[in-house]
Design a protein around this ligand. Sequence first.
Ligand code: SIN
Ligand code: CO
Length: 393
Amino acid sequence: MSHHDKPLTLLGDLTPADFLANYWQQKPLLIRGAIPDFVSPIDPDELAGLACEPGVEARLVEENGPDGPWQVSHGPFDDATFERLSEGHWSLLVQAVDHYVPSIAALMDEFDFLPRWRLDNIMVSYAPPGGSVGPHIDQYDVFLLQASGHRRWQLGGKQPDNAPIIQGIDLRILQSFEIEADSDWTLTPGDMLYLPPGWAHHGVSQTDDCMTISVGFRAPSADEAITSYADYVGEQMSDSQRYSDAGMAPAEEVGELDDAAVERMRQFILSTLDNPEQVAQWFGRVMTQPKYIDQVVPLEEPMSEADLVAQLQDGEPLFHMPGSRFAWRSDASGTTLFVDGDGHSCSETLAKRLADPTPMYEEVLEIDGAKALITQLINSGSLGFMGEGDDEE
Ligand code: SIN
Ligand code: CO
């Protein structure tokens, strides 16, 4: 029996297996009291502060902005912005708050029935009463956890790919929104709403401290997957691997692109792309690509293996750096640890330990190959001791 066979309060007493079989990617689920006695790890002022920092992805959505309805502006913002806004219907959305606030990042542990590499980032929003981002659809699975205040959510059902959206604004706001039966709820702190991709939803703040935490997931689109995979395998092909037509029949018409030629090309493409090992190597790399590449910063002064040993022996815990992503995989050709878009071969024991987000201590050095790989990952900015002052402000 796996530890995922137990009912979870987080999932309204469903087991993770039930939730995944019946709701995940299929239909919404409202969970009252998903996190009992939940207290928001962040308050509106801290969120506004983050939205004023350069490098933080923040958006402001105004239902009736100075330049028109559903106006979106991008941060960093300043005090003047928030003063101008005090009246009216607006929402502040800050992306990847898990990268900056460790207590928000810690929420990811609640979702450990899903692979960590599937998680993308945690967004936090604030809206005064009446504020919303409009009825819209997202392309990603999301858990909407009410952090403080009250938000009324209404759902409009699964939308077709071509549902009319309001043009010219950078949100997918629907032109028409019809509330489905039994899909109108007011969420209080600790309540959570799961939504699969493509489901119309509209959440309006009811109180002046309405904050919502969106745990969002990552799924490459067909376009992204094919372009990026083709790039990856392409780099490993030799120039002599080419379209070939040995043994072909004489041309009947010099201008014709005949079926046999098309079929040869189709086979050529499929046989070069269909390589399970390459797919695995590419997949691990894309799913661990950081959301913001410039957040993984190599150390200016690289550390030596001896420095590493000394710090661990001092009892300092070693962490995944905020925004760093890890995954591992074993197959017939060995084990790969994927970190921030790169692959490293190592033992399975080491890969599993390094991909585990809990802090590491001196014992980790007992694993074969640990010293060299950990040193390399500290120097590349993926692991760190976070010695000089924690990131939390
Ligand atoms: C919000 O928090 O205001 C919107 C979140 C969402 O609809 O995805
Ligand atoms: Co949404």
